[in-house]
Design a protein around this ligand. Structure first.
Ligand SMILES: Nc1ncnc2c1ncn2[C@@H]1O[C@H](COP(=O)(O)OP(=O)(O)OP(=O)(O)O)[C@@H](O)[C@H]1O
Length: 775
């Protein structure tokens, strides 16, 4: 009986396998016959994709195709390499995830086949987001998915990685796993996806990407996606793709030629012309007048973000404030992303770490307080709103020196923001409040100084000198606008040479003033005789002096931090130094000191001639090896001299001995010089490496301490999915970081959403409370 049952089960399984094989063959035929040119596909179900993926898509409320999906998915399904470009928020994520799932499905991929697809994203946030979308749409497939973004122990990840079918990660971490060669087996890899590929290159991942790509099987399929097109992207495409199809790239070029903008049509773009020193006032006024909105405020560095967030919190504009930058711990970053996504009335201060790819629902405004380095960054930043056909607004603040140059750059991509003028009645100044806040809180003053320095440095290092004019920065006014008593001293590499060149050419006053500031941010009165220096010498009020005194001791540690590097540099500048040794002075051995009383004797005492005559002639002495002083000519006795041999022999012997000593010393000197040179070079390289790492970590947090969380799938995608009561085949285990309240996302793309005045989330409630306190 049992045998019979067993037999029937086996035949059932065989039949099911056959049905699956037939279904896959049918899918393959449909793909082959599918002609993208004649296609009028509107829905996902019109494409030759499996029922499992279709069900996943439907459950995640994805029904209708977007343009890039309609054009690229069929090509990818046919197995071509693809270079895909489409505007921000146009649905590129699904455009690559669906072909990944389909490829593995048609290959009958199982957990024993190992890694089938590798998806590389430039930032952790984006990687997490892709992973979440994959979990949603892959809920009806049986693949395992994993996320490696750094932060967790590599060993911990390695153990789990061997069971993963689809791996998503940041370039550095993926390479680290490849290097360790434990767990990660890439021999079977079917697909490689590079999302925001040009960003990976901009972030200095070129070598890492090359190393990864070079170690992958050549037979793989590669998909490369980005919202902007650049030379570096084309270069990468040439290197990593074979016989590829470009989707949407020509559209972008054509749209440019036909006058269409590179940004979504649903985006209303505007700019205001604001002097640097008025930016924070303008920003504060903007926030105060948009309290019911969800907005992202972009600033140029982590320090700027930190400073503005901390000070604005104290000013209580009446809306919930958040901040996000690469210097934060990954846990805090993920939490902020999640909270911001769910809130409706909230203001997020951020760096470019969230400029690309991140899909925040329903952002009303993107405000760029600091001008982005180029138009592509502008496009990505504003792309955080007006996504998937929704309305959105953007505002960029341009200083008078940036305005013409940057508008020209934007116009080259057919982006023409409208000029806005701020109503006089709405203008308000927060400078006095900032001064008072910084006065009361030395930590904030320190933050302000750091923010100032990082902004000035960011302008200095910009490549586009037609837009960013370092020499014309109103440094003093800018420092005051942050609430600082003066511009902090800044030392930038190469600054000295610039300074010299500027001096020769009658350097602009701002630059010179900046470089002559002392540590308190005040001008150093190096040469008060010149009119210019006199003008620059600020009159210090009693208040200023009090302010400095109050902060002197508390901030000493911070000042030390700021100036430590400077001090080291300065040390190097001194070519010769006198090294003080601690000589013991015995009081009794010191001569008596008698102070002459009469004027005549005082004069005589100070006269060199008189002093010499009183001491007799100076005698020149030499010191022997034991430190004993001898007169320079100390003659030997004649007998002793003759006994030592002939004068000629003694001369020769002396010369030979000296030559030998000289040679030895010479070798030693050379060795010491070589070692010093090597050490210097090593230190220089070390500093350079650290600088690059710090800069990179600052903006993207890639090299953070391993306290960040990494998320790996359970080894089985269905384990990671939310349980579904009507389907027993799925496990009940929930993915560790699945959003707590998925209902907040439901109907996200439904245009009929009714906006609620009532607070929806804790953040909205916070915002409401802040408003009440603020008013
Ligand atoms: N077919 C679809 N139907 C409904 N919503 C969709 C569809 N495709 C994508 N979306 C939604 O549109 C939004 C933007 O998609 P996605 O993040 O993939 O855009 P993107 O092109 O990658 O943008 P970016 O260039 O900024 O990274 C997301 O919220 C996504 O869920």
């Amino acid at each position: 009986m049992a045998k019979k049952e067993q037999k029937s089960k086996t035949s059932q399984r065989k039949e099911q396998r056959k049905r699956e094989q037939d279904y896959i063959r049918e899918l393959e035929t449909r793909i082959e016959e599918y002609n993208p040119k004649n296609s009028n596909a509107v829905f996902f179900k019109d494409l030759p994709i499996s029922n499992a993926t279709l069900r996943g898509l439907k459950e995640a409320s994805f029904v209708k195709l977007t343009e890039i999906q309609k054009n690229s998915i069929p090509i990818s399904l046919k197995g071509y390499d693809v270079l895909g470009a489409a505007k921000t928020g146009s649905g590129k994520t699904l455009a690559f995830l669906i072909p990944v799932l389909e490829k593995l499905y048609r290959e009958n991929w199982t957990e024993f086949d190992g890694l089938g697809a590798l998806i590389i994203s430039p930032t952790r946030e984006l990687a997490i987001q892709i992973y979440e979308v994959l979990l949603k749409i892959g809920s009806r497939t049986s693949f395992s998915a994993g996320l490696v973004i750094g932060g967790k122990d590599v060993k911990f990840e390695s153990e789990r990685i061997s069971r993963i079918n689809i791996l998503i990660g940041t370039p550095g971490r993926i390479l680290q796993h490849m290097d360790q060669a434990v767990g990660l087996n890439l021999n079977n890899l079917q697909m490689l996806v590079l999302d925001e590929a040009d960003r990976c290159l901009d972030m200095g991942f070129k070598k890492t990407l090359d190393a990864i790509v070079n170690n992958l099987p050549i037979s793989r399929q590669t998909l490369l996606f980005s919202a902007t097109q650049s030379q570096s992207l084309d270069d990468l495409a040439r290197l990593s793709l074979t016989d590829y199809k470009s989707i949407g790239t020509l559209d972008i070029v054509k749209e440019n030629e036909t006058g269409a903008s590179a940004t979504p049509e649903t985006l209303q773009q505007s700019y205001i012309d604001v002097p640097l020193q008025d930016k924070l006032d303008t920003l504060f006024s903007f926030i105060k007048t948009h309290l019911k909105n969800k907005m992202i405020i972009f600033l140029s560095s982590s320090k700027q973000v930190h400073f503005v967030y901390e000070t604005f919190r104290k000013l209580q504009p009446g809306i919930s404030l958040m901040h996000l930058h690469g210097r934060q711990k990954q846990k805090a970053r993920t939490e902020t992303l999640d909270k911001f996504s769910r809130a409706q009335q909230v203001c997020l201060f951020a760096t470019d770490v969230v400029a690309r790819g991140i899909d925040f629902p329903s952002v009303d405004w993107v405000v760029q307080v600091d001008c982005p380095e180029d138009v592509d960054t502008y496009i990505h930043r504003v792309g955080r709103c007006a996504r998937y056909g929704k309305q959105g607004k953007s505002l960029i603040m341009l200083t008078p020196t940036e305005e013409a140059g940057f508008l020209k750059r934007l116009a080259s991509k057919k982006i023409e923001p409208k000029k806005l003028v701020i109503k006089q009645s709405k203008k308000r100044s927060i400078k006095p409040q900032l001064q008072s806040i910084l006065f009361q809180d030395p930590e904030l003053k320190y933050l302000g100084q750091k923010a100032f320095i990082s902004y000035v440095k960011s302008i200095y290092i910009q490549k586009d000198k037609e837009v960013f004019k370092f020499d014309e920065l109103p440094v003093e006014e800018y420092a005051n606008s942050l609430g600082l008593p003066g511009a902090p001293k800044i030392k930038i590499k190469g600054m000295k040479s610039i300074e010299r060149a500027k001096q020769k050419k009658n350097a602009s006053r701002s630059l010179m003033a900046l470089s002559k500031m002392n540590e308190d941010g005040e001008p150093e009165n190096i040469d008060k005789s010149t009119d210019e220096a006199k003008q620059e010498t600020k009159v210090r009020t009693k208040y200023d002096k009090m302010f400095e005194r109050k902060n002197q001791t508390i901030l000493s540690e911070h000042y030390l931090n700021i100036t430590k590097q400077q001090a080291n540099d300065d040390e190097d500048d001194d070519f010769m130094t006198i090294k003080r040794q601690d000589h013991k002075l015995v009081e009794e051995e010191l001569p008596d000191l008698i102070v002459p009383t009469s004027k005549r004797s005082q004069k005589k005492a100070l006269s060199k001639k008189a002093s010499l005559s009183s001491k007799g002639n100076a005698t020149k002495m030499v010191f022997d090896d034991d430190g004993q002083a001898h007169p320079i000519y100390e003659l030997e006795g004649e007998e002793e001299f003759i006994n030592k041999g002939s004068a000629e022999d003694q001369k020769k012997e002396f010369l030979a001995k000296e030559t030998e000593v000289m040679n030895e010393v010479d070798i030693e000197d050379k060795q010491v010089a070589k070692e010093k040179k090597q050490e210097k070079k090593r230190k220089r390289l070390e500093m350079l490496r650290k600088e690059i790492e710090d800069e990179y970590a600052e903006e993207y947090g890639i090299n953070e301490e391993p306290e960040n969380e990494a998320f790996l799938g359970t080894g089985n995608l269905s384990d990671d999915m939310e349980s579904d009561s009507d389907d027993d085949s799925r496990t009940k285990k929930e993915v560790s970081y699945k959003r707590n309240n998925e209902s907040d996302y439901e109907g996200e793309y439904d245009d009929n959403i009714i906006e609620m005045e009532e607070p929806n989330t804790l953040e909205d409630l916070e915002s409401l409370t802040a408003k009440l306190i603020g008013n």
